[in-house]
Design a protein around this ligand. Sequence first.
Ligand code: IVH
Length: 676
Amino acid sequence: MTTPNLDFLKAQLVELRAQIEAHNYRYYVLAEPQVPDAEYDRLMNSLKKIEHDYPDLVSPDSPTQRVGAAPLKEFAEVEHRLAMLSLDNAFSDEDVEAFDRRIHDRLEMDEPLTYACEPKFDGLAISVTYVNGVLTCGATRGDGLRGEDVTLNLRTVKSVPLRLLGDQVPELIEVRGEVYLPIAGFEQMNAAALAQNEKLFVNPRNAAAGSLRQLDPRVTATRPLEAYFYQIGVLEGAAMPATHAKSLELLRKLGLRTCPESQCVQGVGGLLQYYRQLGAKRSQLPYQIDGVVYKVNDRALQDRLGFVSRAPRFAIAHKFPAEEELTVVNSVEWQVGRTGALTPVARLKPVFVGGVTVSNATLHNFDELSRKDVRVGDTVIIRRAGDVIPEVVSVILDRRPLNSPVEGLPRQCPVCGSAVVREEGEVVARCSGGLHCLAQRKESLRHFASRRAMDIEGLGPKIIDQLVDAGLVRTAADLYRLDVEKISSLERMGEKSAENLFQSISKSRETTLPKFLHALGIPNVGEATALSLAMHFRQLHALQAASVEEILKVPDVGPVIAQSIHAFFADHENKQIVQALCDLGLSFAVIDEPIAQEGGLAGKTFVITGTLEGMSRDEAADLIRKAGGKVSGSVSKKTDYLLVGSDAGSKLAQAEKLGVPVLSLDGFRGLFDSAV
Ligand code: IVH
């Protein structure tokens, strides 16, 4: 082997590292990757190869050095160059008004002030120091004066640059920010922990803390931590920017990731508007926040305002209502769903959480109940984030009453008394009563009447309960046997309402095959499968007569679904109900073939997110499917387009990160019109 020229190799290393750092910056900081992953991997592999062959040429700021160093015995202590302060809190509009008034009084100013607003990230405060552009120290906040040296761990976080960008890096810059785990990363970590039978993390903040304060940096390197920077602590060899907004600009220019939600507003009205806008967006953000932070934008004014004890006078944190609270479990009850699935529900002492009063929380299934070991009398953490249904996070074991019995799976259905069965390998336990079970009957009817199925206006859960309890309706077919007189015999049902309900039931006879198939509630058949089945078989009788093999030919239908469809149509009672429905005059409009297999949206996968102006997401999904496209729930490399409306959140960020084309509704209409 000829020895390559060392200078040449060094130059090649510098070039490779610079290219990789530039891609890292575009990917992790700007979320705008420029090259496919394969190209990035190729560069990284070339670099690794050279460094492997010439270990002397490895430098600590090389992008290969993020993988995690050897474990530490303990963290060293770091004294902060400038104390890391805390923030005062505001919990109401009045608190914010008082904050603004105090500032005006102190500054003896009348005109509205410019404030910089940003999320209050629910992670861990960090301080990072760069000397001549190279990361030299990363520390936790600790007590504000001294923190722990977590440099080796922070080096594994991809959005913490090892080297600053640009040729005008300051001699020394100490920057504050927050390390956090994105919600998706947290879920991924907990899924992995669950699979390994390890203890789960309670929330993303705890998981981030556990990951950052790891003595073994190789463990930290496996955790998908991210960082946002929001404050300059110390700056030497460059002028401190005149405003907070300009500080953020400088950070961005140096390659330090800043939050795109940061914004300047005028006066207290602007603050409250920002608070409400971000509050509305909160549940869609890919990371957790617990409020917003307001900072006087002008640095000279900040300096004039100064500090009280441990907090600046120029800034305040306006907190959102807590998403987690403590309460007590009064009882555990079992609900029976449409397919007989038993769901344990915790009845709670009412508690105000996430902006509403919560008195029930789902425990999902028996495994989840056992894993969390929730018992009557337990004090539990309840979480309600955004519009997500409230759930029990965990039990506070220290507060468990003595001798509380473990909750078992009931042997009999609490509604009909039939045996409860749990198939081998199945998570779900079910009531075996079928349509004999009142609960299953009611839930099936609810599903049948729902908007995305037969769309029977006015036939809500309460009326279904009444109809079933009065013995007027047993199966879906019975709905079409009702007359105005029977309907008006229900309690609190006026003549007019009875007439309206009768009309809307009659009207629902004219439907489409996909809606009808969806309405039947065949186990494992949702809306999308119902549409595929209808498109494939075109006629109900063709599907009814189909063998499992024939059903398997339908796109996206696998053996489990095919089996379940076949079994449904082979069942004696189901046959009778379907026949009765047809005899009672149900008719199906023929649905179109997928428009143009070739030129249409065939083979294209869409994800829809946010609120579309003038079109529901369901309608957009229908259009896509009719044109031969697919609709998926999550953005991946396989997604062809993301259709976005207003208030889009994590899916948009993910699409941008992966370079998936993003369409507005107008763009979508254009694409759709040209495709069909
Ligand atoms: S600024 C001088 N901005 O809140 C101002 N802090 O109570 C110092 N935090 O420990 C802090 N998001 O971890 C600031 N956008 C943000 C923040 C933020 C979260 C945390 C930070 C600090 C605590 C202060």
